[in-house]
Design a protein around this ligand. Structure first.
Ligand code: MG
Length: 250
């Protein structure tokens, strides 16, 4: 069931999203550097969320042990923060979210660690751009498939693949609500977009194969071929005009 939010609910979601946006767009670009551990990044993010009187959405979600997913290089999503140090040339995707007055925010970015290869830089850029290509179609009256199709076509036009096993989602009083928002599919298919729908659009783009495997910890999901993967996500509101992007600093 797709839940349409009223203005009061949207206002709460905007407040939740502001904290996530600040963390991802303002704080972490300064924090992430070679030698940093992903466990340290997790602690910093959790402290910032709590300082703002919000609750880390990921901690304990389905048993996940941390406030961020920290997915390095070939890890696509759901990497568990650890004491391993980031190395120059790595890329790291950080996915995080908050709960405020019972409403969720959810977003992700992929960051360079120090100096990275041109190939890695391009993967991060194209993944981000594929999100914006997707949401050009996030208009009332269009369908979910219009977003999905645009993301896939753009990513694949650069020789990359999109992950099929994990998808974007509706979001509100639950982190994952209807409708699913795949990063692949046919235009003109799927649920129709309506003003007041809140969805998380989140391209996961791989340099090589789209095939992935979940490691023994039952969370960490990596590419089968060991090539890099990037992730970019925002929580957005469908409106009568352009979508409102909540989890991004303006
Ligand atoms: Mg999400």
């Amino acid at each position: 069931m797709i839940v349409i939010k009223n203005e009061h609910e949207l206002e709460i979601m905007r407040e939740a999203a502001k904290v996530t946006a600040y963390i991802l767009d303002e704080m972490l670009p300064e924090v992430i550097k070679p030698g940093m551990t992903t466990a340290a990044i997790d602690r910093i993010v959790e402290a910032e969320i709590r300082k703002n009187h919000q609750v880390p959405a990921f901690k304990g979600y389905g048993g996940f042990p941390a406030s961020i997913c920290a997915s390095v290089n070939e890890t696509i999503v759901h990497g568990i923060p650890s004491h391993l140090k980031l190395q120059e040339g790595d890329i790291i995707s950080v996915d995080t979210g908050t709960i405020y007055k019972g409403y969720y925010s959810d977003a992700a970015r992929t960051y360079p660690v120090g100096q990275i290869s041109e190939e890695a830089e391009k993967l991060i850029r194209v993944t981000r751009e594929s999100f914006f290509k997707g949401i050009e179609n996030a208009r009332a009256g269009n369908r979910i498939g219009d977003i999905s199709h645009a993301v896939q076509v753009y990513a694949e036009s650069h020789g990359y693949s999109v992950v099929k096993e994990f998808v974007g989602h509706g979001i509100g009083t639950n982190m994952h609500e209807d409708p699913p928002v795949p990063n692949y599919g046919k235009a003109g298919r799927g649920p129709r977009l309506q003003p007041g729908m809140t969805i998380a659009v989140e391209p996961m783009v791989n340099m090589g194969t789209d095939k992935c495997v979940v490691l023994e910890d039952e969370w960490t999901t990596v590419t089968v071929d060991g090539q890099m993967s990037a992730h970019y996500e925002n929580t957005i509101i469908i409106t009568d005009g352009e979508p409102e992007i909540l989890t991004m600093l303006k």
